[in-house]
Design a binder for this molecule. Sequence first.
Ligand code: SF4
Ligand code: SF4
Length: 350
Amino acid sequence: MSTASIATEVSQEPETPGERPGFDEIHILWIAEGTSRDGDTVSMTAAGRSAVEDIVLGLMPGLPKVHLHDKVLSPSPGGEDHLGPFRAAARGELGPFVLVVEGSVPHQDIIEADGPNRWIDRLAPEAWAVVAVGTCATFDDGHTMTGNPTGSPTGSMALADRLGRDFTSRGALPVVNIPGCPVQPENVMETLTWLLHHAAGTAPPPPLDHMLRPQWLFGKTVHEGCDRAASPGHATFTKDHDSPKCQVKVGCWGPVVNCDVPKRGWTGGIGGCPHVGGICVGCTVPGFPDAFVPFMDEPTGGSPSSPLVKPYGAVIRRLRGITGLAAGQEPKRHHDKAEPTSGHAPHRRP
Ligand code: SF4
Ligand code: SF4
């Protein structure tokens, strides 16, 4: 594919001074050549709403035409055909593009003199937006964790650390971090969709939190969305993995980890760590995994707080039992007499 054929057009000048023009077309350059294991690419393909195929095929109204350059998902035979857009982008000849980086960035060149770190250094300053996908790229996890069995001499770092925390893209955006190990499918596609609407000029920039994560995805804790969340209030905890009770004693960090997976589920809305018997191991926060190992141990602070809640839970369970009896009583208007009655009559109310 020649450089000329992949250059994109920016729509006409703004009608009023200061108005930002939207793009008619945009490229997405997806790099997973650092220390990635492609798990986020695989995960991303499971998104049902904001599906990648809908975006690439132009089936979502209001978005620019999207050219996806991904070694797995793009219809390219590979080699120079795949690399052409990346080379053009590094020369500043591609037109607007979103650079997506999956996997942490190696400190040193792992390929002679032209490793992924060098490519990122060349591409990021030209990118309209830069997105880090997965916890390796956002916070750097497994490759520098304590006791890394690979014994990697080079180590690696998060994308925002490589580019500098004050980095802003050509679209005046900081690095957008979408953590997860792997990333939740809809989380990454929804964020990309928001960015594409912003690129089209039809949406403001996505709101990010202090860790550069989309606020609407990472504003609540796992605990707040857990379907076992009534269990701690009743002081009922499991010490095994085959129970529907709260799993904090077997290593769940949900009360302090921000993640929408329990609310959102995984493929097709099904699953979501604690919903299906998995503890939350904090895969969306910077301390992962070191801060959470050994994974099956009770979190710091769990042992004093769960005994404290026991007396409270015992009282609450009894009170709710009484309330439940009242809620389960048949109203007086339910009867088998011939004359129908309604709850409008005050003497027939419970
Ligand atoms: S299983 Fe985890 S997230 Fe769910 S209620 Fe217990 S501590 Fe909270
Ligand atoms: S619930 Fe916990 S372990 Fe599961 S995806 Fe979210 S942060 Fe990761």
